[in-house]
Design a protein around this ligand. Structure first.
Ligand SMILES: *Cc1c(COP(=O)(O)O)cnc(C)c1O
Length: 373
């Protein structure tokens, strides 16, 4: 990294450990822990994060697709892995060979996996997903879909070649305040447990019932059931300060050039910023191709030990400019934190009209991840 000091992401694995322990401590002892490491562990590096979670004693990992699951297996991670999204049934054998658990979201898909299975033998481990109000993947079971939903799940779990280890659902507003959101979340939870009860009356039981994402893990501890399923919390956000979590990623860049301008000079594409008098501007080697959203142009500032540096002009593909006029201590090669340990990712996300998730996931491949702790 010292060879080419451009822009890098420091990933504190000791903060992953801190966050894991803080979340664990807030849960009843027997509750299992599934760490969500989809999207390359929200940009943090799925293999490194998963290895640390494995050492810490996490019970399960979740990814979104087969490629992500295979990356873990190919790097020697043998923990249980759940694919949350769809996998075409032609890959059933690969799922089985690699002991990967597949989400099943409707009767037709269960039938496809089962059919593929009959040819070669073996058993595919599955988790049933219910749509209790997210309006995305899952067996419909709300309102007058209840009986059909229950009977479709019952038929699915009995299919040859499938072993239904778990059942889950996903909340849409468990991280949002307000009475309306509370009501909605609790009604999703009630529907989830009602379906489980109806299945149990038919003699169908599941080893692992889970529904708590980060929002529910913090705000609705009663939803923990057999396992929680947080992503964001692991990376240090989304607890509203309750758990004392620490940011895991810091996106750091350097000052590559400093220019002095008189007043009236236009800066960057589109001439959206014009100097109002003498200005000392730094050029930073970080742009939207690194994940610094162009929509943040002229709307954000970055942390330096001497104060925040306001960003000026359009953010370019590979660089952007900051005003260092009032920060004379910041010089060529000084480090600047785009977000992370000191700055607030949450504030930056708000300024960009987005959420912390998207900014973390946007940090691109060309930004080296530097692991600490
Ligand atoms: C992404 C995801 C999670 C984790 O969500 P967070 O808000 O990051 O905790 C949990 N469950 C499912 C099904 C998901 O898709």
């Amino acid at each position: 990294m010292d060879l080419q000091k451009r822009t890098w992401a420091e990933i504190s694995l000791s903060n992953i450990e801190h966050n894991y322990n803080a979340i664990r401590k807030s849960l009843p002892e027997k509750v299992k822990f599934l760490g969500v490491v989809k999207a390359d562990a929200y940009g943090h590096g799925a293999v490194s994060v998963s290895r640390r979670l494995c050492e810490l004693g996490a019970d399960y990992l979740a990814v979104s697709c087969l490629d992500e699951a295979m990356e873990l297996r190919q790097n020697g991670i043998s923990m249980p892995v759940l694919i949350l999204g769809h996998t075409p049934s032609q890959y059933t054998d690969i799922l089985i060979e690699n002991n990967i658990t597949q989400t099943v979201t409707c009767y037709a898909k269960a039938a496809e996996y089962s059919k593929k299975k009959k040819k070669s033998g073996g058993t595919l481990k599955i988790h049933i997903k219910l749509d209790t109000g997210m309006g995305r993947l899952g067996f419909l079971c709300a309102g007058n879909h209840f009986e059909n939903g229950v009977s479709d799940v019952a038929k699915s779990v009995k299919m040859e070649g499938l072993y239904a280890e778990g059942i889950f659902t996903h909340f849409s507003v468990s991280d949002e305040p307000g009475e309306d959101n509370r009501k909605y979340t609790l009604s999703q939870f009630k529907l989830f447990t009602d379906v489980i009860k109806a299945l149990s009356d038919l003699g169908i039981q599941f080893e692992i019932r889970h529904c708590a994402n980060s929002g529910a893990t913090v705000n609705y501890p009663e939803t923990a059931l057999d396992m929680v399923r947080p992503g964001l919390l692991l990376y240090g956000y989304g607890d509203g300060g309750k758990l004392g979590l620490r940011p895991v990623m810091s996106l750091i860049t350097t000052v590559s050039t400093i220019k002095h301008y008189e007043g009236g000079i236009d800066i960057s594409y589109g001439r959206t910023y014009t100097t109002e008098g003498h200005r000392r501007l730094g050029v930073l080697p970080v742009g939207y191709a690194d994940g610094l959203l162009r929509s943040l142009s002229n709307r954000c500032s970055f942390y330096t030990p001497y104060g925040m540096a306001p960003q000026r002009g359009k953010i370019c593909m590979d660089m952007c400019m900051v005003d260092l006029t009032d920060l004379p201590q910041v010089n060529i090669d000084s480090h600047i934190e785009i977000f992370g340990a000191h700055g607030s990712l949450e504030k930056l996300a708000e300024q960009g009209g987005t959420i912390p998730y998207e900014l973390m996931c946007s940090v691109s491949k060309r930004v080296p991840r530097v692991y600490m702790g």
